[in-house]
Design a protein. Structure first.
Length: 542
Protein backbone atom coordinates (compact mmCIF):
# COMPACT_ATOMS: atom_id res chain seq x y z
CA UNK A 1 0.00 0.00 0.00
CA UNK A 2 2.21 2.87 -1.22
CA UNK A 3 -0.07 5.56 0.20
CA UNK A 4 0.95 4.46 3.68
CA UNK A 5 4.74 4.51 3.41
CA UNK A 6 6.33 6.03 6.49
CA UNK A 7 9.60 7.81 5.65
CA UNK A 8 11.56 8.85 8.71
CA UNK A 9 11.51 12.30 7.17
CA UNK A 10 11.99 13.88 3.79
CA UNK A 11 13.99 17.06 3.55
CA UNK A 12 14.62 19.01 0.40
CA UNK A 13 16.81 22.06 0.37
CA UNK A 14 15.96 25.68 0.03
CA UNK A 15 17.49 26.97 -3.19
CA UNK A 16 15.91 30.32 -3.84
CA UNK A 17 12.32 31.39 -4.27
CA UNK A 18 9.94 28.51 -4.98
CA UNK A 19 12.24 25.75 -3.75
CA UNK A 20 10.81 22.89 -1.74
CA UNK A 21 11.84 22.21 1.80
CA UNK A 22 9.37 20.23 3.82
CA UNK A 23 9.37 17.78 6.69
CA UNK A 24 6.80 15.03 6.56
CA UNK A 25 5.39 12.90 9.33
CA UNK A 26 7.92 10.75 11.13
CA UNK A 27 7.48 7.03 10.95
CA UNK A 28 6.55 5.66 14.38
CA UNK A 29 9.65 4.11 15.88
CA UNK A 30 9.77 0.71 17.54
CA UNK A 31 7.86 0.62 20.81
CA UNK A 32 8.17 -1.68 23.76
CA UNK A 33 5.04 -3.75 24.29
CA UNK A 34 5.14 -2.72 27.93
CA UNK A 35 5.34 1.01 27.29
CA UNK A 36 2.79 3.60 26.29
CA UNK A 37 1.20 4.15 23.86
CA UNK A 38 0.83 0.62 22.48
CA UNK A 39 0.34 -1.47 25.60
CA UNK A 40 -3.43 -1.82 25.02
CA UNK A 41 -3.02 -3.43 21.57
CA UNK A 42 -1.55 -6.67 20.26
CA UNK A 43 1.02 -6.59 17.46
CA UNK A 44 -1.51 -7.03 14.65
CA UNK A 45 -3.66 -4.19 15.95
CA UNK A 46 -0.63 -1.93 16.34
CA UNK A 47 0.23 -2.52 12.68
CA UNK A 48 -3.33 -1.71 11.54
CA UNK A 49 -3.56 1.28 13.87
CA UNK A 50 -0.49 2.72 12.15
CA UNK A 51 -1.40 1.70 8.61
CA UNK A 52 -4.93 3.10 8.75
CA UNK A 53 -4.15 6.16 10.87
CA UNK A 54 -1.27 7.63 8.90
CA UNK A 55 -2.08 9.61 5.76
CA UNK A 56 0.19 9.51 2.71
CA UNK A 57 3.48 11.38 2.95
CA UNK A 58 3.62 14.20 0.42
CA UNK A 59 6.03 17.08 -0.19
CA UNK A 60 4.61 20.58 0.25
CA UNK A 61 6.17 23.73 -1.24
CA UNK A 62 7.86 25.81 1.44
CA UNK A 63 6.10 29.01 0.50
CA UNK A 64 3.64 31.29 2.22
CA UNK A 65 0.12 31.30 0.82
CA UNK A 66 0.46 34.81 -0.60
CA UNK A 67 3.76 33.94 -2.31
CA UNK A 68 1.97 31.17 -4.20
CA UNK A 69 -0.73 33.65 -5.29
CA UNK A 70 1.92 36.22 -6.26
CA UNK A 71 3.43 33.60 -8.56
CA UNK A 72 0.26 33.59 -10.68
CA UNK A 73 0.33 37.39 -10.83
CA UNK A 74 3.84 37.15 -12.28
CA UNK A 75 3.23 34.34 -14.78
CA UNK A 76 -0.38 35.07 -15.85
CA UNK A 77 -1.18 38.68 -14.87
CA UNK A 78 -4.13 38.95 -17.29
CA UNK A 79 -5.91 35.83 -15.96
CA UNK A 80 -9.14 36.57 -14.09
CA UNK A 81 -8.73 36.09 -10.34
CA UNK A 82 -12.27 36.89 -9.20
CA UNK A 83 -15.69 37.96 -10.44
CA UNK A 84 -18.58 39.49 -8.52
CA UNK A 85 -21.81 41.18 -9.61
CA UNK A 86 -20.51 42.08 -13.07
CA UNK A 87 -17.08 43.23 -11.87
CA UNK A 88 -13.84 41.32 -12.22
CA UNK A 89 -10.19 41.61 -11.29
CA UNK A 90 -7.12 40.03 -12.90
CA UNK A 91 -4.23 38.52 -10.99
CA UNK A 92 -2.05 41.45 -12.03
CA UNK A 93 -4.60 43.99 -10.76
CA UNK A 94 -5.10 42.00 -7.55
CA UNK A 95 -1.36 42.13 -6.92
CA UNK A 96 -1.15 45.91 -7.45
CA UNK A 97 -4.13 46.71 -5.21
CA UNK A 98 -2.93 44.35 -2.49
CA UNK A 99 0.58 45.83 -2.56
CA UNK A 100 -0.79 49.34 -2.14
CA UNK A 101 -3.04 48.28 0.74
CA UNK A 102 -0.27 46.27 2.40
CA UNK A 103 1.99 49.33 2.43
CA UNK A 104 -0.83 51.32 4.04
CA UNK A 105 -1.17 48.66 6.73
CA UNK A 106 2.55 48.78 7.44
CA UNK A 107 2.35 52.57 7.80
CA UNK A 108 -0.28 52.02 10.49
CA UNK A 109 2.05 49.77 12.43
CA UNK A 110 1.08 46.29 11.22
CA UNK A 111 4.01 43.91 11.61
CA UNK A 112 4.67 40.21 10.99
CA UNK A 113 2.83 38.12 13.56
CA UNK A 114 0.09 40.72 14.10
CA UNK A 115 -3.62 40.21 13.49
CA UNK A 116 -5.75 42.43 11.26
CA UNK A 117 -9.55 42.30 11.27
CA UNK A 118 -11.26 42.01 7.89
CA UNK A 119 -14.89 43.06 8.32
CA UNK A 120 -16.42 43.06 4.86
CA UNK A 121 -19.23 41.86 2.65
CA UNK A 122 -18.64 39.47 -0.21
CA UNK A 123 -16.92 41.13 -3.13
CA UNK A 124 -13.62 41.85 -4.80
CA UNK A 125 -12.39 44.13 -1.95
CA UNK A 126 -12.65 41.09 0.34
CA UNK A 127 -10.08 39.25 -1.79
CA UNK A 128 -7.79 42.29 -1.99
CA UNK A 129 -7.96 42.66 1.79
CA UNK A 130 -6.98 39.05 2.44
CA UNK A 131 -3.95 39.19 0.16
CA UNK A 132 -2.82 42.58 1.50
CA UNK A 133 -2.91 41.40 5.12
CA UNK A 134 -0.91 38.29 4.28
CA UNK A 135 1.70 40.36 2.45
CA UNK A 136 2.50 42.19 5.71
CA UNK A 137 3.17 38.90 7.53
CA UNK A 138 0.02 39.38 9.60
CA UNK A 139 -2.96 37.05 9.87
CA UNK A 140 -6.45 38.02 8.76
CA UNK A 141 -9.48 37.78 11.06
CA UNK A 142 -12.50 37.49 8.74
CA UNK A 143 -15.97 38.67 9.77
CA UNK A 144 -19.09 39.30 7.71
CA UNK A 145 -19.98 42.99 8.03
CA UNK A 146 -23.64 42.15 7.50
CA UNK A 147 -23.77 39.75 10.43
CA UNK A 148 -21.17 40.63 13.07
CA UNK A 149 -22.45 42.62 16.04
CA UNK A 150 -20.48 45.31 17.84
CA UNK A 151 -20.04 43.39 21.15
CA UNK A 152 -18.73 40.35 19.26
CA UNK A 153 -16.35 42.54 17.23
CA UNK A 154 -15.02 44.16 20.41
CA UNK A 155 -14.38 40.70 21.89
CA UNK A 156 -12.59 39.57 18.73
CA UNK A 157 -10.38 42.67 18.53
CA UNK A 158 -9.54 42.48 22.22
CA UNK A 159 -8.72 38.75 22.13
CA UNK A 160 -6.56 39.07 19.00
CA UNK A 161 -5.03 42.41 20.04
CA UNK A 162 -5.89 43.71 16.60
CA UNK A 163 -5.58 47.46 16.19
CA UNK A 164 -6.43 47.79 12.50
CA UNK A 165 -9.76 46.94 10.87
CA UNK A 166 -10.20 46.72 7.10
CA UNK A 167 -13.71 47.63 5.97
CA UNK A 168 -15.63 48.96 2.96
CA UNK A 169 -17.21 52.38 2.54
CA UNK A 170 -20.52 50.80 1.49
CA UNK A 171 -20.61 48.43 4.50
CA UNK A 172 -20.12 50.66 7.56
CA UNK A 173 -18.85 49.05 10.74
CA UNK A 174 -18.90 50.41 14.29
CA UNK A 175 -15.16 50.38 15.01
CA UNK A 176 -14.26 50.73 18.71
CA UNK A 177 -12.26 53.73 19.86
CA UNK A 178 -8.52 53.25 19.71
CA UNK A 179 -8.65 51.20 16.51
CA UNK A 180 -7.77 52.26 12.98
CA UNK A 181 -10.31 51.69 10.21
CA UNK A 182 -9.24 51.56 6.55
CA UNK A 183 -11.65 51.37 3.62
CA UNK A 184 -10.30 48.82 1.14
CA UNK A 185 -12.23 50.29 -1.79
CA UNK A 186 -10.78 53.75 -1.14
CA UNK A 187 -7.23 52.41 -1.40
CA UNK A 188 -8.20 50.44 -4.52
CA UNK A 189 -9.37 53.71 -6.12
CA UNK A 190 -5.85 55.12 -5.91
CA UNK A 191 -3.80 54.73 -9.10
CA UNK A 192 -0.13 54.72 -8.10
CA UNK A 193 1.72 51.41 -8.15
CA UNK A 194 4.21 50.61 -5.41
CA UNK A 195 6.01 47.41 -4.45
CA UNK A 196 4.60 45.52 -1.53
CA UNK A 197 6.52 44.81 1.68
CA UNK A 198 8.90 41.87 1.69
CA UNK A 199 8.61 39.62 4.70
CA UNK A 200 10.69 36.56 5.52
CA UNK A 201 8.63 33.38 5.39
CA UNK A 202 7.95 31.47 8.58
CA UNK A 203 5.77 28.36 8.10
CA UNK A 204 4.57 28.53 11.70
CA UNK A 205 3.27 32.09 11.33
CA UNK A 206 -0.51 32.46 11.42
CA UNK A 207 -2.30 32.80 8.08
CA UNK A 208 -5.77 33.44 9.49
CA UNK A 209 -7.62 33.40 12.80
CA UNK A 210 -11.10 31.90 12.77
CA UNK A 211 -13.42 32.58 15.66
CA UNK A 212 -15.79 29.78 16.56
CA UNK A 213 -19.50 30.55 16.48
CA UNK A 214 -19.67 30.98 20.24
CA UNK A 215 -22.90 29.01 20.64
CA UNK A 216 -21.59 27.53 23.90
CA UNK A 217 -19.97 30.72 25.22
CA UNK A 218 -17.67 33.49 24.03
CA UNK A 219 -16.13 32.86 20.58
CA UNK A 220 -12.63 31.40 20.64
CA UNK A 221 -10.01 32.42 18.10
CA UNK A 222 -8.15 29.57 16.39
CA UNK A 223 -4.76 30.40 14.84
CA UNK A 224 -4.16 28.50 11.60
CA UNK A 225 -0.68 28.73 10.10
CA UNK A 226 0.59 29.03 6.53
CA UNK A 227 2.05 25.53 6.85
CA UNK A 228 -1.33 24.19 7.98
CA UNK A 229 -3.14 25.74 5.04
CA UNK A 230 -0.53 24.81 2.44
CA UNK A 231 -0.62 21.20 3.56
CA UNK A 232 -4.31 20.91 2.61
CA UNK A 233 -4.53 23.22 -0.41
CA UNK A 234 -1.30 22.24 -2.18
CA UNK A 235 -1.71 18.44 -2.02
CA UNK A 236 -4.26 16.00 -3.41
CA UNK A 237 -7.12 15.61 -2.77
CA UNK A 238 -7.45 18.92 -0.90
CA UNK A 239 -6.51 20.86 -4.04
CA UNK A 240 -9.79 19.57 -5.57
CA UNK A 241 -8.18 19.49 -9.00
CA UNK A 242 -8.25 23.31 -9.27
CA UNK A 243 -6.01 24.62 -12.04
CA UNK A 244 -5.66 27.87 -14.03
CA UNK A 245 -8.99 28.58 -15.64
CA UNK A 246 -11.03 26.51 -13.15
CA UNK A 247 -14.02 28.43 -11.79
CA UNK A 248 -14.64 28.01 -8.06
CA UNK A 249 -17.84 29.09 -6.31
CA UNK A 250 -17.50 31.37 -3.29
CA UNK A 251 -20.80 30.85 -1.48
CA UNK A 252 -19.89 30.50 2.21
CA UNK A 253 -19.64 33.03 5.02
CA UNK A 254 -16.12 34.44 5.15
CA UNK A 255 -16.04 33.84 8.93
CA UNK A 256 -16.46 30.08 8.30
CA UNK A 257 -13.21 28.16 7.77
CA UNK A 258 -14.50 26.40 4.64
CA UNK A 259 -14.56 29.82 2.95
CA UNK A 260 -10.76 29.78 3.18
CA UNK A 261 -10.89 26.52 1.19
CA UNK A 262 -12.91 28.30 -1.49
CA UNK A 263 -10.90 31.53 -1.63
CA UNK A 264 -7.33 30.46 -0.95
CA UNK A 265 -7.82 27.10 -2.63
CA UNK A 266 -8.85 28.87 -5.83
CA UNK A 267 -6.23 31.62 -5.84
CA UNK A 268 -3.26 29.40 -4.97
CA UNK A 269 -3.97 27.38 -8.14
CA UNK A 270 -4.65 30.28 -10.50
CA UNK A 271 -8.39 29.65 -10.74
CA UNK A 272 -11.21 32.17 -11.04
CA UNK A 273 -13.26 32.82 -7.91
CA UNK A 274 -16.98 33.34 -8.55
CA UNK A 275 -18.24 35.38 -5.59
CA UNK A 276 -21.96 35.04 -5.07
CA UNK A 277 -24.61 37.65 -4.50
CA UNK A 278 -27.96 36.67 -3.01
CA UNK A 279 -28.50 33.70 -5.35
CA UNK A 280 -26.31 30.70 -4.51
CA UNK A 281 -27.81 28.74 -7.39
CA UNK A 282 -26.62 31.29 -9.92
CA UNK A 283 -23.00 30.76 -8.90
CA UNK A 284 -23.41 26.98 -8.67
CA UNK A 285 -24.59 26.91 -12.28
CA UNK A 286 -21.39 28.66 -13.42
CA UNK A 287 -18.81 26.93 -11.24
CA UNK A 288 -16.57 23.96 -11.97
CA UNK A 289 -15.81 23.39 -8.27
CA UNK A 290 -18.23 23.79 -5.39
CA UNK A 291 -17.49 23.57 -1.66
CA UNK A 292 -20.47 23.56 0.71
CA UNK A 293 -22.07 22.16 3.82
CA UNK A 294 -24.50 19.30 3.09
CA UNK A 295 -27.44 21.49 4.10
CA UNK A 296 -26.54 24.21 1.58
CA UNK A 297 -25.82 21.63 -1.11
CA UNK A 298 -29.23 20.01 -0.53
CA UNK A 299 -30.85 23.26 -1.73
CA UNK A 300 -29.06 23.20 -5.09
CA UNK A 301 -30.36 21.20 -8.06
CA UNK A 302 -27.50 19.15 -9.52
CA UNK A 303 -29.34 18.81 -12.84
CA UNK A 304 -28.99 22.58 -13.31
CA UNK A 305 -25.24 22.54 -12.63
CA UNK A 306 -23.79 20.97 -15.76
CA UNK A 307 -20.41 22.70 -15.41
CA UNK A 308 -19.61 21.34 -11.96
CA UNK A 309 -16.81 18.77 -12.05
CA UNK A 310 -15.94 18.55 -8.35
CA UNK A 311 -17.98 18.91 -5.16
CA UNK A 312 -16.66 18.79 -1.59
CA UNK A 313 -18.82 18.83 1.53
CA UNK A 314 -17.91 19.07 5.21
CA UNK A 315 -19.10 20.74 8.40
CA UNK A 316 -22.00 18.34 9.04
CA UNK A 317 -22.83 14.66 8.49
CA UNK A 318 -23.65 14.09 4.82
CA UNK A 319 -26.73 12.04 3.90
CA UNK A 320 -25.91 9.21 1.53
CA UNK A 321 -28.81 10.24 -0.71
CA UNK A 322 -27.14 13.61 -1.22
CA UNK A 323 -23.82 11.97 -2.07
CA UNK A 324 -25.61 9.70 -4.55
CA UNK A 325 -27.32 12.67 -6.25
CA UNK A 326 -24.08 14.57 -6.78
CA UNK A 327 -21.59 11.71 -7.02
CA UNK A 328 -23.14 10.43 -10.23
CA UNK A 329 -22.49 13.78 -11.93
CA UNK A 330 -19.20 14.91 -10.42
CA UNK A 331 -16.20 13.92 -8.38
CA UNK A 332 -17.68 13.99 -4.88
CA UNK A 333 -15.66 14.32 -1.65
CA UNK A 334 -17.03 13.92 1.84
CA UNK A 335 -14.70 15.47 4.42
CA UNK A 336 -14.50 15.97 8.15
CA UNK A 337 -12.50 18.17 10.48
CA UNK A 338 -13.01 21.04 12.91
CA UNK A 339 -11.48 24.49 12.45
CA UNK A 340 -8.63 23.45 14.73
CA UNK A 341 -7.46 20.82 12.22
CA UNK A 342 -7.41 23.18 9.22
CA UNK A 343 -10.78 22.84 7.48
CA UNK A 344 -10.73 19.04 6.93
CA UNK A 345 -8.21 16.37 7.87
CA UNK A 346 -10.04 13.37 6.38
CA UNK A 347 -11.63 12.97 2.94
CA UNK A 348 -13.38 10.24 0.99
CA UNK A 349 -14.01 10.26 -2.72
CA UNK A 350 -17.47 8.74 -2.91
CA UNK A 351 -18.50 6.71 -5.93
CA UNK A 352 -22.23 5.93 -6.04
CA UNK A 353 -23.15 2.30 -5.64
CA UNK A 354 -19.64 1.18 -4.68
CA UNK A 355 -19.90 1.06 -0.90
CA UNK A 356 -20.75 2.99 2.24
CA UNK A 357 -20.33 6.73 2.61
CA UNK A 358 -17.58 7.46 5.14
CA UNK A 359 -15.33 10.39 5.99
CA UNK A 360 -12.48 8.56 4.30
CA UNK A 361 -8.87 8.53 5.40
CA UNK A 362 -6.37 11.06 6.73
CA UNK A 363 -5.29 13.65 4.19
CA UNK A 364 -1.56 13.88 3.35
CA UNK A 365 0.93 14.31 6.20
CA UNK A 366 -1.85 13.92 8.79
CA UNK A 367 -2.84 11.23 11.27
CA UNK A 368 -6.06 10.16 12.97
CA UNK A 369 -6.22 8.11 16.16
CA UNK A 370 -9.27 6.38 17.66
CA UNK A 371 -8.72 6.54 21.42
CA UNK A 372 -10.58 5.71 24.60
CA UNK A 373 -11.20 8.15 27.45
CA UNK A 374 -7.70 7.53 28.82
CA UNK A 375 -6.19 8.29 25.37
CA UNK A 376 -5.26 4.64 24.79
CA UNK A 377 -5.54 3.34 21.22
CA UNK A 378 -8.60 1.20 20.49
CA UNK A 379 -8.61 -1.89 18.26
CA UNK A 380 -9.89 -1.55 14.70
CA UNK A 381 -13.69 -1.64 14.66
CA UNK A 382 -14.27 -0.15 18.10
CA UNK A 383 -15.93 3.25 18.45
CA UNK A 384 -13.90 5.90 20.22
CA UNK A 385 -12.98 9.55 20.08
CA UNK A 386 -11.00 10.84 17.13
CA UNK A 387 -7.78 12.68 17.84
CA UNK A 388 -5.98 14.42 14.97
CA UNK A 389 -2.23 14.66 14.50
CA UNK A 390 0.25 15.76 11.87
CA UNK A 391 0.55 18.92 9.81
CA UNK A 392 -3.15 19.83 10.12
CA UNK A 393 -2.96 20.63 13.83
CA UNK A 394 -3.34 24.38 14.26
CA UNK A 395 -1.34 26.63 16.54
CA UNK A 396 -4.09 26.78 19.17
CA UNK A 397 -6.55 29.18 20.74
CA UNK A 398 -5.71 32.82 21.28
CA UNK A 399 -5.45 33.95 24.90
CA UNK A 400 -7.00 30.76 26.29
CA UNK A 401 -4.36 28.51 27.91
CA UNK A 402 -6.98 26.50 29.80
CA UNK A 403 -8.81 25.49 26.62
CA UNK A 404 -5.50 24.79 24.88
CA UNK A 405 -4.56 22.40 27.69
CA UNK A 406 -7.94 20.69 27.42
CA UNK A 407 -8.05 20.20 23.64
CA UNK A 408 -4.37 19.96 22.59
CA UNK A 409 -1.97 17.37 23.95
CA UNK A 410 1.52 16.04 23.17
CA UNK A 411 1.27 13.53 20.33
CA UNK A 412 2.38 10.30 21.97
CA UNK A 413 2.40 8.49 18.62
CA UNK A 414 4.42 10.91 16.47
CA UNK A 415 6.55 12.31 19.28
CA UNK A 416 9.15 14.93 18.45
CA UNK A 417 7.29 17.71 20.27
CA UNK A 418 4.26 17.45 18.00
CA UNK A 419 0.73 18.09 19.21
CA UNK A 420 -2.51 16.24 18.62
CA UNK A 421 -6.00 17.68 18.84
CA UNK A 422 -9.10 16.28 20.53
CA UNK A 423 -11.84 16.63 17.90
CA UNK A 424 -14.74 15.40 20.08
CA UNK A 425 -15.92 13.43 17.06
CA UNK A 426 -16.77 9.77 17.51
CA UNK A 427 -15.56 7.31 14.92
CA UNK A 428 -14.27 3.85 14.14
CA UNK A 429 -12.16 2.19 11.48
CA UNK A 430 -13.69 -0.24 9.03
CA UNK A 431 -11.75 -3.39 8.17
CA UNK A 432 -10.56 -1.76 4.94
CA UNK A 433 -9.24 1.39 6.62
CA UNK A 434 -12.12 3.86 6.17
CA UNK A 435 -13.34 6.12 8.96
CA UNK A 436 -17.00 5.94 9.94
CA UNK A 437 -18.34 8.99 11.75
CA UNK A 438 -20.78 8.60 14.64
CA UNK A 439 -21.48 12.19 15.57
CA UNK A 440 -19.90 14.25 18.30
CA UNK A 441 -19.45 13.45 21.95
CA UNK A 442 -21.55 16.51 22.76
CA UNK A 443 -24.32 15.13 20.50
CA UNK A 444 -24.60 12.03 22.68
CA UNK A 445 -27.54 12.42 25.02
CA UNK A 446 -29.21 10.35 27.71
CA UNK A 447 -32.87 9.43 27.08
CA UNK A 448 -34.60 7.34 29.76
CA UNK A 449 -31.15 6.45 31.05
CA UNK A 450 -29.89 5.18 27.66
CA UNK A 451 -27.19 6.79 25.57
CA UNK A 452 -28.47 8.00 22.19
CA UNK A 453 -26.45 9.41 19.28
CA UNK A 454 -28.65 12.09 17.71
CA UNK A 455 -26.93 11.91 14.32
CA UNK A 456 -27.70 8.19 14.12
CA UNK A 457 -31.41 8.92 14.47
CA UNK A 458 -31.20 11.62 11.80
CA UNK A 459 -29.33 9.26 9.47
CA UNK A 460 -32.20 6.75 9.62
CA UNK A 461 -34.73 9.51 8.92
CA UNK A 462 -32.74 10.54 5.85
CA UNK A 463 -33.27 7.04 4.43
CA UNK A 464 -37.04 7.66 4.25
CA UNK A 465 -38.24 8.20 0.65
CA UNK A 466 -38.25 11.88 -0.26
CA UNK A 467 -36.30 13.04 2.81
CA UNK A 468 -33.43 15.35 1.86
CA UNK A 469 -32.24 16.41 5.33
CA UNK A 470 -33.18 15.57 8.91
CA UNK A 471 -32.12 16.68 12.36
CA UNK A 472 -32.93 15.37 15.84
CA UNK A 473 -32.75 17.28 19.13
CA UNK A 474 -33.30 16.33 22.76
CA UNK A 475 -36.54 17.77 24.12
CA UNK A 476 -36.15 16.53 27.70
CA UNK A 477 -34.74 13.52 29.57
CA UNK A 478 -37.46 11.26 28.16
CA UNK A 479 -38.06 12.44 24.63
CA UNK A 480 -36.56 13.38 21.30
CA UNK A 481 -38.05 15.46 18.51
CA UNK A 482 -37.03 15.37 14.85
CA UNK A 483 -37.44 17.65 11.85
CA UNK A 484 -37.48 16.43 8.24
CA UNK A 485 -37.08 18.37 5.00
CA UNK A 486 -39.09 18.89 2.80
CA UNK A 487 -42.59 19.23 4.21
CA UNK A 488 -43.89 16.50 1.88
CA UNK A 489 -42.04 13.73 3.79
CA UNK A 490 -44.45 11.22 5.38
CA UNK A 491 -43.91 11.94 9.09
CA UNK A 492 -45.67 8.73 10.24
CA UNK A 493 -43.52 6.63 7.93
CA UNK A 494 -40.41 8.47 9.16
CA UNK A 495 -41.18 7.65 12.78
CA UNK A 496 -42.01 4.05 11.90
CA UNK A 497 -38.71 3.68 10.03
CA UNK A 498 -36.75 4.74 13.12
CA UNK A 499 -38.78 2.35 15.29
CA UNK A 500 -37.87 -0.53 12.97
CA UNK A 501 -34.17 0.34 12.81
CA UNK A 502 -33.27 1.52 16.32
CA UNK A 503 -34.18 0.73 19.96
CA UNK A 504 -37.40 2.21 21.30
CA UNK A 505 -35.64 4.93 23.26
CA UNK A 506 -34.21 6.33 20.00
CA UNK A 507 -37.64 6.88 18.43
CA UNK A 508 -38.60 10.58 18.32
CA UNK A 509 -41.86 11.44 20.06
CA UNK A 510 -42.75 13.66 17.12
CA UNK A 511 -41.51 14.27 13.61
CA UNK A 512 -42.05 17.77 12.29
CA UNK A 513 -42.31 18.49 8.58
CA UNK A 514 -40.54 21.62 7.39
CA UNK A 515 -40.03 23.16 3.96
CA UNK A 516 -36.39 24.02 4.62
CA UNK A 517 -34.30 23.54 7.74
CA UNK A 518 -33.07 26.88 9.13
CA UNK A 519 -29.38 27.64 8.77
CA UNK A 520 -26.83 29.36 10.95
CA UNK A 521 -24.70 32.08 9.38
CA UNK A 522 -22.12 29.37 8.61
CA UNK A 523 -24.48 27.24 6.56
CA UNK A 524 -25.12 24.54 9.16
CA UNK A 525 -28.49 23.44 10.55
CA UNK A 526 -29.60 25.80 13.33
CA UNK A 527 -30.37 23.21 16.00
CA UNK A 528 -30.84 25.80 18.75
CA UNK A 529 -33.61 27.51 16.78
CA UNK A 530 -35.34 24.19 16.10
CA UNK A 531 -35.17 23.25 19.78
CA UNK A 532 -36.75 26.58 20.75
CA UNK A 533 -39.49 25.94 18.21
CA UNK A 534 -40.11 22.43 19.56
CA UNK A 535 -40.28 23.69 23.15
CA UNK A 536 -42.63 26.50 22.17
CA UNK A 537 -44.92 24.01 20.47
CA UNK A 538 -44.76 21.63 23.40
CA UNK A 539 -43.50 18.85 21.17
CA UNK A 540 -46.81 18.66 19.33
CA UNK A 541 -46.68 17.34 15.79
CA UNK A 542 -47.20 19.85 13.01
Amino acid sequence: MPDFDYPTHRLGHKNGRGAVRTRLIDRPGPQSRHSSPWSSLDEREVERFRRFGWGPARAVPRLSIHEVIEGHAITTPSAIAARHAGDQITYGELEKHANRLAVRLVRHGVRPGDHVALVVRRGIPMVVGILAILKTGAAYLPQDAKIVRTPALRHILRTARAKVVLTQSDAPVDIPLGHVGIHIDAVMAERHDIPGPRVDFEPGRACYVLFTSGTSGAPNGVEVTHANVANLLLTEPGDLGIRPGTTVGQILNIAFDMAAWEILGCLTHGGTLLIRGDDIGEIARQANVLIATPTILSRIDPAACERIATVAVAGEPCPRTLAERWGGRSTFYNGCGPTETTIVNTMQRYRPGTGRLTIGRPTPNNTVYILDEQRNPLPIGEIGEMWAGGNCVSAGYLANPELNAERYAPDQFLGGGRKMFRTRDLGRWTDDGELEHFGRTDDQVKIRGFRVELDSVSAVLESVPGCVRAVTVKLDDRSLVSFVQPATVDADLARKTVAEALPYYCVPDTVHNIDALPLTSRGKIDKALLLRRALAEGGAST
